[in-house]
Design a binder for this molecule. Structure first.
Ligand SMILES: *[C@@H]1O[C@H](CO)[C@@H](O)[C@H](O)[C@H]1NC(C)=O
Ligand SMILES: *[C@@H]1O[C@H](CO)[C@@H](O)[C@H](O)[C@H]1NC(C)=O
Ligand SMILES: *[C@@H]1O[C@H](CO)[C@@H](O)[C@H](O)[C@H]1NC(C)=O
Length: 473
């Protein structure tokens, strides 16, 4: 326990640091286009657990504002990934996600009795808008659990395991194939709505038992199921669907699961982990792509600040969290837990809240946008060096090079040089700043005769420079 005195003393540096910081020396940043890292799939969020249903209750005008904030490239964050929850519940009580087969058809070998309500807990609406209005290409469908009748505990909540994986035998039999068929049917229902599910996950936080949909799994048990799931997808002309695994509660837990999953390494397209019990501060021990598929400030009271004292819900904190996940965790995607919701909870678990039936975005959404709008799917991260600032750079598919500079200190200027550009010259450059007072305001960036780009980076800001190619030399 800290004494009251030390608590008060502990506050002093925070208060002092809220003011103007001493300017720092200007620094050079070298972007090395020949040093390449991960290819990006994008940035995203989820409307699972009936959050989509709550947004559908708003007026059409507010629904559009919400969708624009999420996916629009000029009015919003330009998110490029949507993570949907595959329901496992027999009903839609509270925020339960109803299953496409709410009742046991009579055992794993019985003819399935699927039902499709064309809403899927509101997620068909969001997915259709994302894909057809805004051009989102990546839909990640993720089951939190199998339906209860397929599990050792007979309940889709409170843990339990899938009947038929190692160490989980049930008197009702082996449900692995039935669950794989179920997931395939879910993808087919979406296909019938003209929505292509690109990624499929069958676990969410398998290292955690809780009172909502949850299913335990070790790496060995996940591998047992993947050996059934992959061929089932392939037999159903779904060989393009990528298997994601395992959405562990913490990032480092994923490494222990992976150590038991070497036999299915070639079948898992994307390794996924969350940020709750440990964050993505180092890369996972896999050759597959990695996505950070869930993070949020689930406890702090709602804030829409960019920077006030470095709190867990502030925009600048999230700009930095995303930076670490990309630069240190080697992630190809970063997903915040919830996009928008109209529920009584007043925490930062979502990026957009609803007040008096109107949508209200936080700076967490804009922090995501400051990455998502400039680092598009397919962008390849390239090397940066030379400054004391947190920097990343990407070569986008359209040929632009975008450079993110996060400055936790005093105001400074940077000069950016491209190395090993293979004859590419800088035709023009722009920069946008986000800080306490500015919201992605365009600020000048200069290009000199040698192609060097200079611009200023205010204190505690995130500045994105976008370099458009000119003539080839
Ligand atoms: C399905 O989606 C594609 C891509 O957006 C679109 O071109 C096509 O018209 C849609 N088909 C139907 C039947 O809605
Ligand atoms: C980063 O991830 C990619 C897959 O996206 C992988 O090929 C690469 O080896 C990883 N980087 C390092 C340094 O391991
Ligand atoms: C970057 O963040 C600011 C808020 O701090 C926001 O106003 C701006 O629109 C964001 N930019 C993008 C591209 O999302």
């Amino acid at each position: 326990m800290r004494s009251i005195k030390s608590l008060i003393l502990g506050l002093v540096p925070t208060l002092a640091s809220a003011g103007t910081l001493a300017p720092r020396q200007s620094s050079g940043i070298t972007v090395d286009l020949s040093r390449t890292y991960q290819t990006m799939d994008g940035f995203g969020t989820s409307e699972a657990f009936q959050r989509a249903v709550t947004m559908q209750r708003l007026s059409e005008e507010e629904q559009r504002k919400f969708l624009d904030l999420m996916f629009s490239m000029d009015k919003g964050a330009g998110l490029s990934i949507l993570r949907n929850g595959i329901g496992s519940s027999p009903d839609m009580r509270d925020d339960h996600m109803v299953s496409i087969q709410p009742k046991n058809p009579g055992g794993p070998k019985a003819t399935p009795q699927y039902v499709w309500d064309k809403s899927d807990n509101g997620q068909v609406w969001v997915s259709r808008e994302a894909v057809h209005t805004y051009g989102v290409k990546t839909i990640y469908a993720n089951a939190w659990s199998a339906p209860g009748y397929m599990k050792t505990n007979g309940n889709d909540a409170n843990g339990g395991s899938l009947c038929g994986v190692s160490g989980a035998s049930c008197s009702s039999g082996d449900w692995k194939q039935a669950f794989a068929d179920y997931l395939v049917q879910y993808i087919k229902f979406y296909a019938a709505e003209n929505i292509t599910v690109t990624h499929l996950g069958f676990l969410n936080e398998p290292d955690y038992t809780t009172s909502y949909a949850s299913m335990r799994s070790s790496g060995t048990q996940a591998a047992d199921f993947i050996k059934v799931l992959r061929p089932t997808l392939d037999r159903n002309d779904l060989s393009n669907v990528i298997i994601n695994c395992c959405d562990t509660m913490g990032w480092s837990t994923m490494n222990s699961m992976l150590s038991q999953m070497r036999s299915v390494e070639s079948m898992v397209g994307v390794t996924t982990g969350h940020s709750y019990t440990s964050g993505p501060t180092s890369q996972l021990s896999t050759k597959a792509k990695s996505w950070m598929t869930e993070a949020a400030d689930n406890n702090g009271a709602w804030t829409s600040a960019w920077y006030s004292n470095g709190g867990a819900g502030e925009g600048f904190t999230w700009a930095n969290n995303i930076y670490s996940a990309i630069a240190s965790g080697n992630v190809s995607a970063y997903l915040y837990w919830i996009g928008g919701q109209d529920r009584p909870s007043n925490t930062n678990s979502k990026m957009i809240r609803v007040v008096n039936k109107k949508v209200d975005p936080s700076k967490r959404l804009w922090a995501m946008g400051n990455w998502s709008r400039f680092v598009r799917p397919g962008a390849v991260r390239v090397g940066t060096s030379g400054s004391g600032l947190r920097t990343t750079a990407f070569r986008n598919v359209d040929g632009t090079v975008s450079i993110q500079v996060i400055n936790s200190g005093g105001a400074t200027t940077v000069s950016i040089t491209l190395n090993n550009a293979g004859g590419l010259t800088v035709g023009s450059a722009t920069a946008w700043v986000t800080d306490n007072t500015r919201d992605l305001t365009e600020i000048g960036a200069k290009v000199d005769a040698s192609g060097r780009v200079t611009g200023s980076v205010p204190q505690r800001s995130m500045v994105t420079f976008v370099l458009k190619p000119g003539e080839k030399k």
